[in-house]
Design a protein around this ligand. Structure first.
Ligand code: FAD
Length: 401
């Protein structure tokens, strides 16, 4: 297996770098560099710049507004986007509902939703998890009863990221409670979030932000024309979507970017009377992370080139390894940035107290944001399938145990 990039691939990466240098707005780059999570406005603004270039829907075929890139080109694009650092493309639009509609949608659904998803004219959210159905997703209970040309939906979803800002939700519902296998009674619906009967309730995360929600459905009428795929065959759609969700999940570019930020910030911090960047323990942690990132990068290249050759577009179970190790590295890199800030990485609530007492700022804003980011990234080993579930997949599908 030749893991070197071809001349064309290297030229493509240069093209990406030039585009990021010339087109990523400075204010946005600086907010991302300081470790802020991207606000809705920045995500929309950046995605529209990418879409104008034909790159926002980076994994879609040309026919539906994507660039028709190879897996290696997609990997390079994600890495450069994270290294820039730029806001991520809106994941529910681009890696979830877009590919699902391309694969399973009717022509009408494709024409209606795909261009708007690419340009972020519609903001999508994912209504899969329920209080009793997370890892065991097939246990979901939210019910959709057919009534004429509509389904009537009743039930509850939880952990629905960005539901409070979403225009549309793709929803897994139970349409046949009597099906012999739980997976056989599920359908996949597209729901307009403005439909009467939907209530969105915030869940505030440990980092103090409102990103997650509970969503309640109370006699919500959804036209049957907004079902994707056949009735009771939604599990196939969901499996396809979850496979795509794990592709690109290693986020190596982000880990590299955080590590490089930690090294830069450590030059301005003092430890034992010297710059922190000269501290032995700090240098050991940096070296360990650099070695681990380089090792995972090779694994990622193996997965991507195998995907290119043999799997006909289906996700490789090895991508679960990328998810496990990639999230561990991202968590470690975010912890390192927070530790570089030391006592200055105090969480927001402390700064609010400080503002009340009119004291000067305790420390640079990147340090407090580093704590926010560290806390938020604790969830990286939970969403997109927990790392324990990923280990089950690796043990069965990769190691054959
Ligand atoms: C920040 C964040 C954003 C999210 N966004 C969304 C979203 O937008 N839409 C959406 O639908 N969902 C979303 N989720 C939900 C996410 O998909 C679930 O949290 C995840 O699937 C785990 O389900 P659970 O929380 O019910 O935990 P459970 O499934 O109850 O698991 C609890 C613990 O038991 C372990 N466990 C469970 N089963 C097994 C097993 N068979 N073997 C070994 N260990 C096991 C798990 O690994 C975990 O540690 C989000 C979650 C988070 C944290």
């Amino acid at each position: 297996m030749d893991l070197r990039f071809s001349a064309d691939e290297l030229a493509f990466r240069d093209e990406l770098r030039a585009f990021y240098r010339d087109n990523l707005p400075d204010d946005m780059r600086e907010r991302m560099r300081l470790g802020h999570s991207s606000e809705k406005e920045d995500t929309i603004r950046w995605q529209r710049i990418l879409n104008k270039k034909g790159w926002a829907a980076y994994s879609w075929p040309k026919q539906w507004g994507g660039p028709g890139w190879t897996p290696v080109q997609r990997m390079m694009f994600l890495e450069e986007n994270q290294l820039a650092p730029a806001p991520d493309v809106q994941v529910f639009n681009i890696t979830m509902i877009g590919p699902v509609l391309i694969q399973f949608g009717t022509e009408e659904q494709k024409k209606r939703f795909l261009p708007r998803a690419a340009n972020l004219d519609d903001w999508w959210c994912q209504g899969f998890s329920e209080p009793g159905a997370g890892s065991d997703l097939a246990a979901l209970k939210t019910a959709a009863r057919r009534d004429g040309d509509d389904y009537v939906v009743n039930g509850q979803k939880i952990w629905t990221s960005t539901a409070h800002m979403a225009d549309w939700c793709f929803l897994l519902v139970r349409t046949d409670p009597q099906a012999p296998k739980r997976q056989e009674g599920i359908s996949f619906l597209l729901v307009d979030m403005k439909t009467p009967g939907i209530t969105v309730r915030p869940i505030i995360s440990i980092d103090g932000t409102h990103h997650l929600n509970e969503v309640f459905f109370d006699d919500v009428r959804v036209p049957a024309s907004l079902r994707v795929g056949e009735e009771n065959k939604g599990w196939d759609v969901a499996k396809f979507l979850l496979g795509n969700e794990r592709t690109g999940i290693a986020r190596l570019g982000r880990s590299k970017e955080r590590l490089s930020f930690a090294k830069e910030a450590a030059r301005d911090m003092r430890a034992g009377g010297r710059p922190l960047s000269e501290d032995f323990e700090f240098r050991r942690r940096v070296a360990q992370l650099e070695v681990d990132i380089a090792a995972l990068e090779l694994t990622q290249l193996r997965v991507v080139s195998a995907h290119d050759r043999a799997r006909d577009g289906r996700p490789d179970p090895l991508s679960s390894v990328l998810k496990i190790k990639g999230t561990e590295l991202l968590q470690a890199a975010s912890e390192l940035v927070m530790d570089v800030g030391g006592p200055l990485s105090m969480p927001d609530w402390a700064l609010e107290l400080e503002a009340l007492s009119n004291e000067p700022e305790l420390g640079p804003s990147w340090a407090t944001d580093a704590t926010r980011s560290y806390l938020m990234l604790r969830a990286a080993s939970i969403y997109g399938g927990t790392n324990e579930i990923m280990k089950n997949i690796v043990s069965k599908a990769v190691l054959g145990l």
